[in-house]
Design a protein around this ligand. Structure first.
Ligand SMILES: N[C@@H](CCC(=O)N[C@@H](CS)C(=O)NCC(=O)O)C(=O)O
Length: 109
């Protein structure tokens, strides 16, 4: 099943990798999963059609067949649960890693 993520057509950070599609690309690369990127303008993000993928009209959105996800953390957790190598197998270590994942998206960010 093809994975498609969305990203800015024109990068407001001038290509410094700060936009939140970067963390999803990174997870997919680490997991060795091929993916396609759909580049969108700000105007396209705000269209009703795109809001069916992302209710807030932002990037990144993730599409894999019938599965549509938004929020980079949720997308990365999905990738990590589906493919080996990103989360420890041991339950306690896994819970600790997920705790850091939430910290990164909340306290740290
Ligand atoms: N909490 C969301 C934040 C998504 C977000 O803020 N995306 C920004 C780019 S990094 C965006 O699309 N901004 C355009 C806008 O809000 O109009 C996530 O982690 O996915």
């Amino acid at each position: 099943m093809t994975i498609t993520i969305t990203a800015f057509k024109q990068s407001p950070d001038r290509g410094r990798g700060l936009a939140r599609d970067m963390r999803v690309r990174w997870a997919l690369e680490e997991a060795g999963q091929p993916y396609e990127v759909r580049l969108l303008s700000f105007e396209q993000l705000k269209q009703p059609a795109y809001r069916t993928l992302h209710p807030f009209g932002q990037i990144p959105a993730y599409q894999e067949g019938d599965l549509i996800l938004f929020e980079s953390g949720a997308i990365i957790l999905h990738i990590a649960e589906r493919h080996g190598g990103l989360l420890p197998l041991d339950a306690i270590a896994r819970a600790r890693a997920i705790s850091w994942m939430f910290a990164a998206l909340n306290t740290v960010e």
